[in-house]
Write a protein that binds this ligand. Structure first.
Ligand code: 0O2
Length: 256
């Protein structure tokens, strides 16, 4: 008889003892309790991102009205994925607990700020850390001291208070600030991390290092060109007294 037509006997019903049931219920409540704690912690990191992001957006809006330019091109943010959290904690030999996570991982909440020019990176960083509710915990300047592979970026770990319905919590946020060109490089280089084996790996690493140097030189030249443009005498200087010409230059940010 073909297998399909064979009558299969139903699975026997599993009988649980009272002790089994108690254990299952205890495990389920432990599991749910941890899931809820994780969800709550991630919600708090998400709120911390919103706070810092708003601060950066406020600075950008003010700049565009006051100085007619935007130091920030765009901002992106992310909450670190659970698998990346576990990987980092395992690599560092940390206990997999919520308190260890909060204490030891600085980049669960991450914000990336992309600027056009190198001096904007430092201006944005200074304006952010000068605010009296922002505490700078750590600063890594991979622009002044690039990594061996050519990575450049300014990293800040800041702590800010977040106000919830019944308590206030100081939360850590990692802010990475870099130019468009540095970001372009870092995105491609980051892909190396997730490849187990790559043909010509040595050659690619060398080429990436060369590209990083070219990018750094170009960033410096772009800044110098911008400064030359800004310091050259204004052909319209004579008309500067005309209020229409003066107010025409003021840009109101999109969405307003
Ligand atoms: P992912 O996948 O981007 O999250 P710390 O966070 O200070 O306790 P860590 O992680 O050594 O210690 O800090 P560091 O050096 O400031 O790096 C943090 C993040 O910067 C990394 O997160 C990357 O996002 C980025 N980064 C650092 N070095 C490099 C690099 O060489 N190339 C690229 N493309 N990005 C880099 P994660 O967790 O490593 O990765």
């Amino acid at each position: 008889m073909p297998d399909l037509l064979k009558k299969t006997s139903p699975e026997p019903l599993q009988v649980y003892s009272d002790t089994d049931v108690t254990e299952i219920v205890e495990n389920a409540s432990l599991f749910l309790d941890q899931a809820v704690q994780y969800q709550e912690l991630m919600m708090m990191y998400d709120c911390a991102i919103k706070e810092v992001r708003t601060k950066l957006e406020v600075l950008n809006s003010e700049f565009s009205v006051r100085y007619q330019r935007n130091p920030i091109e765009f901002i992106s943010s992310r909450i670190k994925k659970p698998v990346s959290i576990v990987r980092k904690m395992r690599q560092r030999g940390l206990p997999l607990t919520f308190s260890s996570l909060e204490q030891n991982l600085n980049d669960v909440a991450g914000i990336r700020v992309i600027c056009s020019f190198i001096d904007d990176i430092y201006a944005v960083a200074d304006m952010l850390i000068r605010q009296d509710d922002v505490t700078l915990l750590e600063k890594k300047d991979y622009i002044k001291s690039p990594k061996e592979n050519g990575y450049r970026s300014l990293h800040l770990i800041v702590e800010i208070p977040v106000f919830f319905s019944d308590h206030k919590r100081d939360m850590k946020v990692e802010v990475q600030i870099r130019t468009i060109a540095m970001d372009f490089w870092a995105s491609l280089e980051h892909q190396l991390k997730y490849k187990k084996s790559i043909e010509d790996e040595e050659e690619i690493i060398k080429e990436l290092r060369e590209c990083a140097d070219t990018i750094a030189a170009t960033d410096a030249r772009m800044l110098s060109i911008r400064n030359r443009i800004h310091t050259s005498p204004n052909r319209e200087a004579a008309k500067e007294d005309d209020p229409i010409i003066r107010y025409e230059k003021i840009q109101i940010p999109f969405g307003h």
